[in-house]
Ligand binder design. Structure first.
Ligand code: PLP
Length: 394
């Protein structure tokens, strides 16, 4: 066996462990008495057009075509529809042959990293970060360089970033709106990042790719701008998925977009496709490719997430929790009420309140609350949050 893979396969994810614990407790005390905020599984149904499209495709399409292999990068009609949507929405000159459809953002990220990195290259990541980045980067033979969190506003600590960039830097991953902080990078932050990377590219004479991991792009709250990175920095690759915007995480559909502005874009696209081949990912789920093509201009009704965010921030702040106000996503990332976030998560767990410690995201001293749950569960959980806070006041 490959030792590293064995470790990945055996490693217990704290999030999954909490989720399983919640199920066990629900069997004992009843589902309504467990306040499970562990998993980022969307709580709203996909828009009705998704099922309508699936029914129509099943009724109207030759089954051998519908369920057959598509071309390796994806069905050309679906890619054409998605490209047209990106042109309309962001003013980019995206074409179908710049899109590589994947099984979700996870596969998109893996294809980009394996396609771009040579062994020993460095990939910069900002804490707090999606923990799977480490696995994908390592599997690509690269080394992760972690920029410590800027916990005031969850933007970027540029001094720390400058110290970590090196001639070995191949790529930088940004995730905005961010899991787990809920923060959205401002235009000023992204412009400063773009200028810094431009400068280092020129200094070192090779491209530094910006990988924009944006499954939460559409979950941005009123008045919050989510700038489109390919408009700010030429060497940007976009990793997208409909897991959150259309509430389809189990269906596994997303894409890599390699804009024409990327240096040597055709070769970069070919390397991404080659990585897809090497990883055995060719041909994303073909029914879902067509669904994505037909539904890429719409979203599920995401309004409940903003409602939940407001409720939680208002009520938890009154109880003494320090909560950065999320600009989007369905995550809140308050400070733990004791410095040890794991001990705090354990104290919450004793009350059947399931919060994920921040250290797994590279940001100790915080916990993640995944509020993609019915608002009614949040309302019921408030006295429990108050009880937990009360324990620290005594
Ligand atoms: N990136 C981030 C920041 C995520 O939070 C997730 C999933 O939660 C992913 C990537 C993977 O998304 P997908 O389910 O589309 O593979």
């Amino acid at each position: 066996m490959n030792e590293q893979m064995l470790q990945y396969g055996r490693a217990r994810s704290v999030i999954r462990e909490l989720f399983e614990y919640g199920n066990q407790r629900a069997a004992v005390v009843g589902r309504e008495k467990v306040y499970d905020f562990s998993l980022g599984n969307p709580s709203v149904a996909p828009p009705p057009q998704v099922n309508d499209t699936i029914r129509r495709l099943l009724d109207e399409t030759d089954p051998c075509l519908l369920h057959g292999y598509t071309s390796a990068p994806g069905d050309p009609v679906a890619r054409g529809q998605i490209a047209a949507s990106l042109r309309r929405r962001f003013g980019v000159d995206c074409t179908a042959d710049q899109l590589y459809l994947t099984a979700g953002a996870a596969a998109a990220l893996s294809c980009c990293l394996l396609g771009l990195c040579e062994p020993g290259d460095e990939v910069v990541v900002f804490a707090p970060y999606f923990p799977e980045y480490q696995v994908f980067i390592h599997t690509a033979g690269a080394v992760m360089k972690l920029v410590p969190p800027e916990t005031e506003n969850f933007q970027i600590d540029f001094d720390a970033l400058e110290g970590l960039l090196s001639p070995k830097t191949r790529a930088v991953i940004v995730n905005s709106p961010n899991n787990p902080s809920g923060a959205v990078y401002t235009r000023a932050t992204l412009e400063r990042l773009a200028a810094l990377l431009e400068d280092r590219q020129n200094r070192w004479g090779h491209p530094i790719y910006l990988i924009s991991d944006e499954p939460y792009r559409e979950i941005a709250f009123a008045g919050v701008e989510v700038p489109y990175l390919p408009k700010l920095y030429d060497n940007t690759l976009v990793c997208y998925s409909w897991s959150k915007s259309l509430s389809l995480p189990g269906e596994r559909i997303g894409y890599v977009y390699v804009p024409g502005s990327v240096e040597d874009s055709e070769a970069v696209y070919a390397a991404v496709a080659g990585a897809g081949r090497a990883l055995g990912y060719v041909c994303a789920p073909s029914l879902l490719q067509r669904v994505a093509g037909a539904c890429c201009d719409m979203t599920a009704d995401l309004s409940v997430y903003e409602e939940n965010a407001k409720l939680l921030v208002t009520e938890l702040t009154k109880m003494g929790y320090r909560c950065p106000v999320p600009g989007g996503t369905f995550y809140l990332f308050p400070q733990s009420l004791e410095p040890d976030d794991e001990a705090f998560s354990n104290a919450a767990r004793e009350l059947d309140l399931l919060l994920v410690p921040g250290r797994g995201f590279g940001c100790p001293g915080h916990v993640r609350i995944a509020f993609c749950v019915p608002t009614e569960r949040i309302e019921r959980s408030l006295p429990v949050f108050a009880k937990l806070a009360g324990r620290y006041k005594r």
